[in-house]
Every structure is written in C-alpha cells, then in structure tokens.
Design a protein around this ligand. Structure first.
Ligand SMILES: Cc1cc2nc3c(=O)[nH]c(=O)nc-3n(C[C@H](O)[C@H](O)[C@H](O)COP(=O)(O)OP(=O)(O)OC[C@H]3O[C@@H](n4cnc5c(N)ncnc54)[C@H](O)[C@@H]3O)c2cc1C
Length: 399
C-alpha cells in the first residue's frame, strides 16, 4: 500500500481515524503506546500525526474528543503526547535561530556527501536500508514506503544513526523530513537534537537491543549496537525571544485569504473575514536541499484541495502560488489591500511570508495565531517538565 492509501489526505479520513482511536486513548494507550508491531500493527497509537501536522484536524479538536470520552487522569499520557507537539512548536517558535542553524549544518553535511565518498556510501546504505542491522534496515524501508514510523522506532532509528553508524545527525533529520508525512521543523529537528544530546544538555538516548526486542515483541534483537552514547558537541544556548504580536484584520478592506499546509482548518480566520479571493501557497521544497519523496508534496497538495473544496462557498476564486513575488502579483491583480493568513510557525512557509513582509510592494499581511498557540507557546521557555505543569490550566482555557 502506498503512503496516501494508508493516510488518505482528507479531513474525513482524519475524523474517522480519530473516532476509531478514541476508545483506546485512555489507559490502554498508556499501556500499549511503546509497542511497535510493524506497519500493519500501529494500533496502540493514534497515527493522527500527518493530519495534526497540517491541521486538517487540530490539537484542540483531538483533545476535546478524547476528554469527552475519558477523564483527564485516564487520558493523561495521550494528552501529554499531544502537548509534546505543542511544546516543540512553541520552543522553536521562541528560538527560530535553531532551525536556521540546522539548515546551515545540513547544507555543510550535504556538501560533504559530494566530496567524501566513504561518507556518501555509508549514508546511502543507511537510507536504502542495507546496513545489515535488520531492525534499522526495516524501519528505513518502512519510512520510505509508508511515510510514517512509530515513535519508538524513530527514537531507536535516530540513536542507531548517530551512535552506531556514526552518521551526521542533520542528515538523519533530513532523511526523516524528506519522507515523513508528518515531517515537522519543530518536532523532527528538536527530537533529533534530543536523541543526540544537544537539546537537553548532556542527555542522550541510547537504543538497546533488549529494549528493541521487548517493544517489537521479539521481531528484532539487533547485534553490535553502540553501548555508549556520548553527547555530540553542545551548541550555544538559545535564549527564548518573546512571541511577535499578532494583528487583527480590518473587515472594511479588500481582503485575500492565503492558505498553506501549516494550518488547513481556516474556520477561525473565516469567522473574521469574507475574502474576495483565495490563494494557496506551496513553496518549492524549503525543507531540504535534497529531493523529498513525492508522497510528501502529494499529501500536502491533496490536503489543500480537500480544504478548498470543503470551504469553496466562502473562498472565491482560487490560485496556487509558490513565492513572495507571486503573492504580490496576485494581490495587485485582484486589487487586494490586505492579505490574511493563518500564522505559519518556523519553516519554509514562514520564510516566504517573512520575505513578503520585507518587500516594499507587499500589501499588509495579517497572520492570525490560534488562541491555542497564543496560550501555550509562550510557556515553552524551559524544558518539557515545567511546561507540563501548565497542561490542566491550558486545557481549562483552550478546550
Ligand atoms: C527522531 C524523531 C523524529 C520525529 N519527527 C517528528 C516529526 O517530524 N513530526 C511529528 O509530528 N512528530 C515527530 N516525532 C514525534 C513522534 O514520533 C510522532 O509525533 C508520533 O510518532 C506520531 O505518531 P502518532 O500520531 O501515532 O502518535 P500518538 O502517540 O498517537 O500521539 C498523538 C499525537 O501527539 C503528537 N506526538 C506524540 N508523540 C510526540 C512526540 N514525542 N513529540 C512531538 N509530538 C508528539 C503527534 O502530533 C501525534 O500525532 C519525532 C520523534 C522522534 C524521536
């Protein structure tokens, strides 16, 4: 089955998946979430991540549905995992330089692939799943075929990549970003940093054969894994910035709506505006200097078609754009005074919007942040454990 057969890119598919999962979101999730039973057996987890990633369904909707069926205590573990996503998004949003640093490190490592044939051969073998470490090879192929990996497999895979195969962490993060349907600048970059010991200073994650054997129910017991995981060279600390303020649209102005795959639930924007025209923004690959798997762009493109079809009576004419200049031309052609868009967190879409803002001919750009993000992101100043203490309060305020 292809990635898009497993993850149909529609909101209907997301809602059906959520409904199927809800009965298991309580204590059974806590008991089963760490077991990776193979591509056909990811039943202990929700597999909602591709949908949450582009907000075909939102975190608030998922949490609300879970809390309608389970108590907060029973669903504590699942709720915390959703808030891991929220925490990583907020953490990176407060420190956009970490994404820039990753992009620079990655470009350097990709350049090394051109000049160091030994490194290139080891990297290709890891990406093709021909290292001889059976579990690792299996996950490399599962990722390429399905666009998804179980969380525990991601942790083991990243650890083996860094500490056993001794490959640069940024090339591993890039391999994930080019293939995961849920590939995310925040969750992916920061998780790889966490495994390799750069996120929580001095702490690394070591994949152990007995742990892999237990949580794959004996499918694998790899030999020859690294027995030590010394943290990679620590990077300079990144003090958090304040979140930039948001502005509100002026309903009296001629308004265009700009949609993008960072947030495909535009209801909260359409409560405030009646757009004369709508454009969808799909920048040329800004996730990687290398070619991404076609299923990633196909998923995002189809998800965007799904949202524009569902909201068609509210959107006016629709165009597809890729650059800041395209947006300026579109706004001029339609005579727009104001462009309204859901806020795009750190990543390639935010980069296009940033260059639009700096362009002298650009119309005013209003990026609307959700109350969920506004309430939670500023709390991601330290580690997850201080952040976690706020979850009950956040739930009472935003759900
Ligand atoms: C090296 C590495 C790379 C990762 N890269 C990504 C990525 O690019 N995009 C991404 O969405 N997640 C990433 N994760 C986090 C996590 O593995 C996935 O979110 C999870 O496996 C998705 O499966 P699920 O929807 O079945 O999760 P469930 O267990 O059902 O959890 C529900 C939701 O909570 C969120 N979530 C769960 N666990 C985590 C976590 N540890 N960190 C952040 N959010 C979490 C996801 O949105 C997920 O859909 C990464 C983890 C590691 C260790």
């Amino acid at each position: 089955m292809s990635a898009l057969d497993i993850f149909p890119p529609t909101r209907t598919a997301a809602l059906e998946r959520l409904a199927r999962f809800i009965p298991n979101a309580g204590r059974s999730y806590a008991a089963r979430r760490n077991y990776d039973l193979g591509a056909q057996g990811h039943t202990g987890v929700s597999t909602l991540s591709p949908y949450l990633r582009c907000r075909l369904i939102t975190e608030a909707e998922v949490l609300e549905a879970v809390l309608a069926r389970h108590s907060q205590a029973a669903a504590e573990k699942f709720i915390q995992e959703v808030f891991w996503r929220t925490y990583w998004k907020g953490w990176l949003e407060l420190r956009p330089g970490v994404w820039e640093q990753y992009r620079a490190d990655l470009q350097r490592d990709v350049d090394d692939l051109q000049t160091q044939s030994g490194l290139r051969a080891r990297w290709e073998s890891a990406c093709l799943g021909t290292t001889g470490i059976d579990c690792f090879d299996h996950w490399a192929r599962e990722l390429v075929q399905t666009g998804y990996l179980h969380n525990h497999a991601r942790m083991w895979f990243a650890s083996i990549w860094v500490f056993t195969l001794r490959l640069p962490w940024s090339l591993g993060a890039d391999f994930f970003l080019r293939h995961l349907l849920d590939g995310d600048p925040a969750s992916n970059t920061l998780s790889w940093r966490w495994v390799s010991g750069q996120q929580t200073q001095g702490k690394t994650y070591l994949a152990r054969a007995d742990n892999i054997e237990k949580y794959t129910e004996g499918r694998f017991r790899p030999q020859g894994l690294a027995t030590h995981a010394a943290p990679l060279l620590a990077t300079a600390p990144h003090p958090p910035r304040a979140l930039p303020p948001t502005t509100t649209p002026d309903p009296a102005l001629r308004t265009g709506l700009l949609l993008h795959s960072e947030d495909l639930s535009p209801g909260f924007v359409l409560e405030q505006i009646a757009p004369l025209a709508t454009a969808t923004l799909s920048p040329e690959n800004g996730y990687s200097p290398q070619t991404p798997a076609p299923h990633v762009a196909d998923f995002r493109g189809a998800a965007m078609n799904d949202v524009t079809a569902r909201w068609s009576d509210r959107l006016g004419e629709r165009e597809n754009l890729t650059t800041a200049q395209d947006i300026i031309t579109w706004a001029a052609t339609k005579g727009l005074d104001q462009i309204v868009t859901p806020h795009a967190p750190v990543g390639p879409i935010a980069a296009v919007l940033h260059s639009l803002r700096n362009h002298p001919d650009a119309p005013s750009l209003i990026a609307m942040r959700r109350p969920y993000d506004d309430a939670s992101w500023p709390l991601a100043t330290k580690g997850f454990f201080p952040f976690r203490k706020h979850i009950p309060d956040l739930l009472s305020r935003i759900i």
